[in-house]
Write a protein that binds this ligand. Structure first.
Ligand code: BJW
Ligand code: ZN
Length: 257
């Protein structure tokens, strides 16, 4: 089933055709789709966050409990950078495809909110959103937080939950935590309903999210990978387009209307 890896014209034309004739499309995205907005990925060898920072200390509940100010400040800096970033041509192409009338569900592992800012209407955020915070002890609902707040001038970080006084934490999914169940169920359903799934800018190493392209393939959908580097999904892909999301997605999606 797998074709030769290529982002050449004939491969693009073939996938463009699949986009044009698809009834329901899932676009499954990871950090690579935001790389061209200046937001670092996690696992790219030189530029990824995990090349410089320890995920055990920064992206687990145990790490947060061990040093709440450190983890709070790390997320606050990333939140401020995300607020300054803009959606790129890849995000915009996905949104334009939906605006042109295609039935598109974006299932994203990203916490940056850039798909919605680009105009995508149906966005399922599997790993939460950095622009919200919630009580560490789980009381109340997550709240939006001012992304540009300067925490250096604030004596108390993290701030306390207004209801119970426990520390607030980012509303993201850390390692060892369950994904929001309703969101994941909607994503699974969208995947089962889809006849085409674009897997864009993800190393597809983190579960359970990485199981979704496998589920799409098992359910008979065409799976297309868009990534400059190999991924574990390539072997099941009907086509692999090697390239940056900001270049490949406009070429793929913008004439689909
Ligand atoms: C471009 C590009 C361009 C670059 N254009 N592309 C063993 C087996 C299976 C599972 C496990 C296991 N051991 C542990 C687990 C569970 C664990 C897991 O999967 N770990 C693996 C690493 C092995 N999963 C969990 O813990 C999950 N929860 C869970 O399983 O609950 C059940 C449970 C409960 C109790 C106990 C045990 C289990 C939760 C996972 C949460 C992930 N959280 C993070 C952090 C979010 C907050 C934050 O941002 O700080 O989510 S980790 C990080 O990885 C982030 C991402 O969403 C996620 C995926 O990364 P992504 O998006 O794929 O980025 P990269 O960097 O990996 O890849 C970028 C790609 O882009 C590359 O391919 C580039 O080539 C490409 N690229 N430029 C297009 N311009
Ligand atoms: Zn609380």
């Amino acid at each position: 089933m797998k074709r030769a890896a290529a982002s050449n014209e004939s491969a693009l034309a073939e996938v463009r055709d699949w986009v044009r004739t698809a009834q329901r499309i899932v676009v499954f995205t990871g950090a690579g789709v935001s790389a061209e907005s200046g937001i670092p990925t996690f696992r790219d060898a030189l530029t990824g966050l995990w090349a410089r920072f320890d995920p055990e200390r920064l992206a687990t509940e145990a790490g947060f409990r061990a040093d709440p100010p450190l983890v709070w400040r790390w997320y606050a800096e990333r939140r401020a950078a995300i607020a300054r970033a803009q959606p790129n041509a890849g995000h915009r192409a996905i949104a334009a495809c939906e605006a042109d009338g295609a039935r598109v569900t974006v299932v994203t592992q990203n916490i940056d909110g850039l798909h919605a800012r680009a105009g995508s209407r149906t966005v399922l955020e599997l790993h939460g959103n950095i622009l919200r915070v919630k009580c560490l002890e789980g009381c109340g609902d997550p709240q939006r937080i001012e992304p540009r707040h300067d925490w250096r001038a604030d004596p108390r970080v993290p701030p306390a939950c207004p209801r119970c006084g426990a520390p607030l934490r980012p509303d993201v999914v850390w390692f060892g935590e369950l994904l929001p169940q309703d969101v994941f169920e909607r994503a699974e359903q969208a995947v089962l309903d889809a006849d085409l799934m674009l897997v864009v800018g993800t190393s597809a190493l983190v579960h359970p999210a990485a199981g979704l392209p496998l589920a799409a393939h098992a359910a008979g959908a065409r799976v297309v990978v868009v990534n400059p580097a190999p991924t574990p999904i390539d072997a099941r892909a009907a086509q692999v387009l090697r390239g940056a999301a900001g270049e490949v997605l406009p070429a793929l999606l913008q004439s689909s209307g």
